[in-house]
Design a protein around this ligand. Structure first.
Ligand code: IPE
Ligand code: IPE
Ligand code: MG
Length: 258
């Protein structure tokens, strides 16, 4: 048991508030996306500087398909621009890049850029940078369950099986979920992976989110006591899970004496 440690390995961010940021300044919503996309790079740098293992960014949800075509188009273009612009830096910094979600409807060129960057970085040991694009937590869980039952007909699905069939099974549990933009909801993001995540909601809109605030949040949350259901600090859910199973057995064996 590790007392008092609050290792934050995996941070997930719901990058929200672009539209309201732009409208509040008399611009059209898409201006907020343009400005918002330029923030990403500094947050990735800060994640590396803080030795995070993984950073997962929510860029386009399954529900975002309901937005006007003109807005969706801009979001697609910004993804492509990011891939082109950041490619060199990602390679230099040995970042392992991946996209989770349904990218089938993205333009061919963008899909090729994603595929090549994913392949080229697949053995890198640096930050695991994951973009959630065309992503929905429920569809991911459904995808995992369906894949398992197709591959293993008649076998009962376990927790490990569900993990292993997620879009990015190598990612650890989410330790910290940050949402910018002031709303306090998870909007279908990483539903399975955030089971025991610390949640942090900031009113700062994404285009205004600075590395300093990111660091402050990391600092603040790393001082929170994480108990994972126990009565004292633990470093991860697996530790208390093992303990819970052991205790359950002890209680079971002594049921008669209770
Ligand atoms: C987040 O900003 C970016 C995406 C959802 C793609 P929004 O576009 O949701 O901005 P608000 O929440 O309307 O201000
Ligand atoms: C969540 O933001 C999705 C992304 C940031 C990509 P939304 O703005 O789409 O979420 P709701 O509509 O407020 O739930
Ligand atoms: Mg929003």
């Amino acid at each position: 048991m590790l007392m008092g440690t609050n290792n934050i390995r995996h941070v997930a961010i719901i990058m929200d508030g672009n539209g309201r940021w732009a409208q509040g300044r008399g611009h059209v919503r898409i201006w907020g996306h343009v400005r918002g996309s330029s923030v990403v790079s500094s947050i990735v740098e800060e994640a590396q500087a803080n030795n995070l293992e993984a950073l997962t960014l929510y860029a386009f949800s399954t529900e975002n398909w309901s937005r006007p075509f003109s807005e969706v188009k801009v979001l697609f273009r910004l993804l492509k621009k990011f891939l082109l612009k950041e490619r060199k830096k990602i390679l230099q910094n040995k970042i392992r890049f991946k996209v989770i979600g349904d990218t089938a409807d993205l333009p061919e060129e963008t899909k090729c850029l994603i595929d090549s960057l994913t392949q080229e970085t697949s053995n890198f040991k640096g930050l695991k940078l994951t973009f959630a694009f065309g992503y929905g937590g429920r569809s991911e869980i459904l995808h995992s369950v369906n894949k398992f039952i197709t591959d293993n007909p008649g076998v009962k699905l376990g927790e490990k099986d569900l993990w292993q069939n997620l879009f990015a099974p190598e990612l650890p549990e989410v330790d910290l979920l940050i949402r910018t933009g002031g709303d306090q909801r998870v909007s279908n993001f990483l539903l399975w992976q955030i089971a025991y995540a610390e949640l942090f909601f900031t009113k700062t809109q994404w285009p205004e989110f600075k590395r300093e605030e990111f660091c402050q949040i990391l600092d603040f949350v790393s001082n929170r006591e994480r108990r994972f259901g126990a009565t004292t600090s633990y470093s991860c859910l697996n530790e208390t899970k093992v303990l819970a199973e052991k205790n359950r057995q002890i209680i079971h064996d002594h049921l008669g004496t209770i």
